[in-house]
Design a binder for this molecule. Structure first.
Ligand SMILES: [Zn+2]
Length: 560
């Protein structure tokens, strides 16, 4: 017996006293209910079917086992056992709260998984296999599982808005066989096809052709999981390379024709329910490969441009997660993940995402660093005080690469600010100090207006460094840049102020003079376009600031 209630105490304990004594000395029997229940939980865990609530229950049971049952234990009852008791149940007093374990949510999951079915069966059509047979009005899937999304717990979901079994059967009914298969399928996905993406999970559901053996399925699952992990993080990418190396010696015909599709579910188990964030259907394996190449190429460009570690510039889902500031909810630290999941879905399916929304996120990200809004936006890590400026700069530059990648993929359109001819890269090669600017323009494909804004931002960086050297560590010149958006008038005012500052700080040397000349020339030429998108103006200005500052910081040329 593995239950937490019983009508016969012999399943739990035995009396140590002889008939004539008071009958109050007892000890636990060897195969008692609690230990048996734990063995069953262990088996469910191995099948990947355990739930968080069940684990919670198991923890309590393990404490009971450890503290009372081990070595038989000696028990004394506070009161005499009353005669005529019909049902015993295990209760535990923890931190002075009495927990009736049979009422624990984990025990409900346990019963659902072990007995198969609590409710009764009716005649009906199984909504999974389509056969007319005995079906369950309530599938009673375990808590916190993806399957919980299907359970029609709420009356509003059921047909005709009534909560009768008949209505339930009309809206969703399942036969016992299908329920078993779905349960083991979920166990498999949970165990072998789940990839964490920072705070939630991606559940991968591969669709294959034909019937697979268990070995082929396992190999394919490993492949799907490795392929997906590579688009999540740099760690995952390295793992994939090792995996593919190992796979070379593995000559499976199945993999030669490893054509597969997968559906991706982004979500998170939450105590009794499953928080479904998004479902991306039918992603072909070839798209996953294409995406991996895009991420890989853009990260390579970035790390060779700045001569830094790959991990700093990788652009997998985990890294992208740190680029979009997500506001914490009013209650606790509940973050709304929808914006990031929508973006992931677009990326996975190579489908359009509004560029203007992303650029807004970029300027918001800059604000989070500049004004230290880490308490409000839960997913942006707070760097050490000294690292703030360099993190701000890298984030903005990374955003430039991100936008370029999405543009290459056809996910975002060209920028509204991408107008006019820029200055040819060769112009910059004459000046050793400015050579990098030309390379950047080539890499990013900036139009004339974007170049003008970037160059003005570059000079903001020059002035900022001068201010820092003079002890103004906050760089007051940045206060002249409105992170929310720069309208034409503000850009013009800024360019005048910058010229004055360059003179005042005595840094209007030949190189800066040439930058200023080109900036003003380009901005005047495209003045009409400056009106169109003030947020993009701010983004390209800040990008110039970031570029100048980051290059100096990462070269080890410190502010002093
Ligand atoms: Zn069925």
């Amino acid at each position: 017996m593995a239950r937490l209630t019983t009508d016969n105490l012999k399943y739990l304990m035995e009396n140590l006293d002889s008939e004539e004594s008071d009958g109050n000395r007892w000890r636990f029997v060897k195969n008692n209910l609690i230990s048996n229940t734990r063995i069953q939980i262990q088996m469910l865990r191995q099948k990947g079917l355990s739930t968080s609530k069940l684990e919670e229950l198991d923890k309590i049971l393990s404490e009971v086992e450890e503290n009372f049952i081990k070595d038989g234990g000696n028990i004394a009852f506070e009161k005499d056992l009353e005669r005529g008791t019909e049902l015993y149940t295990v209760c535990v007093r923890k931190s002075n709260v009495l927990i009736e374990l049979a009422k624990h949510e984990g025990y409900r999951d346990f019963l659902r998984l072990v007995i198969g079915m609590p409710g009764d069966v009716r005649d009906g059509t199984c909504h999974v296999c389509g056969l007319i047979k005995q079906v369950l009005p309530d599938p009673a899937f375990p808590s916190g599982s993806l399957l919980k999304v299907w359970a029609k717990d709420k009356i509003g979901f059921t047909a005709a808005l009534s909560d009768t079994d008949e209505a339930r059967i009309k809206s969703f009914a399942i036969c016992i066989d299908c329920r078993d298969e779905i349960l083991s399928g979920w166990g498999y996905v949970k165990q072998r096809l789940t990839v964490p993406v920072e705070v939630f999970n991606a559940y991968l559901i591969p669709a294959t052709q034909g019937v697979l053996t268990k070995d082929s399925l396992d190999t394919l699952s490993n492949k799907v999981k490795n392929d997906f992990s590579a688009v999540v993080s740099y760690e995952g990418y390295k793992g994939l390379l090792n995996f593919e190396e190992a796979l070379k010696s593995f000559s499976e015909t199945m993999l030669k024709e490893s054509w597969y599709m997968l559906s991706v579910v982004f979500g998170k188990p939450e105590s009794a329910h499953f928080r479904l964030l998004s479902l991306v259907q039918d992603v072909p394996a070839t798209d996953l490969y294409r995406l991996r190449e895009q991420v890989n190429n853009i990260s390579n460009s970035a790390c060779s441009f700045f001569g830094e570690a790959r991990s700093l510039w990788y652009l997998g889902f985990s890294d992208i997660y740190r680029l979009l500031p997500l506001r914490k909810g009013r209650i606790g630290s509940n973050v709304d993940w929808r914006p990031i999941v929508e973006l992931f879905s677009s990326i996975l399916s190579f489908s359009p995402y509004p560029r203007s929304r992303l650029v807004k996120y970029a300027t918001l990200l800059a604000r989070v660093y500049r004004f230290q809004l880490f308490d409000i936006y839960g997913n942006i890590r707070k760097p050490k005080e000294r690292g703030l400026d360099s993190e701000l700069c890298r984030a903005l530059l990374k955003f430039n690469y991100f936008l370029t990648m999405l543009k290459n993929m056809g996910v975002v359109d060209n920028a509204e600010s991408e107008v006019g001819e820029g200055i040819p890269a060769v112009e910059w090669e004459r000046d050793e100090r400015l050579k990098k600017i030309g390379e950047w323009f080539k890499e990013m494909g900036y139009g004339g207006l974007q170049q003008g804004l970037f160059l003005l931002g570059y000079l903001v960086g020059e002035v900022g460094r001068a201010q820092y050297r003079k002890g103004d560590t906050k760089k007051s010149v940045l206060d002249k840049v409105d992170f929310n958006g720069m309208k034409t008038e503000k850009v013009v005012t800024l360019s005048n102020q910058i010229l004055k500052s360059l003179r005042d700080y005595r840094i209007l040397d030949k190189s800066n003079e040439s930058v200023y000349y080109h900036a003003v020339k380009l901005l005047n030429k495209h003045r009409d376009w400056l009106r169109v998108n003030p947020v993009e103006n701010a983004f390209y200005l800040l990008s110039g600031y970031a570029f100048n500052t980051y290059i100096h910081l990462s070269r080890g040329i410190s502010h002093d």
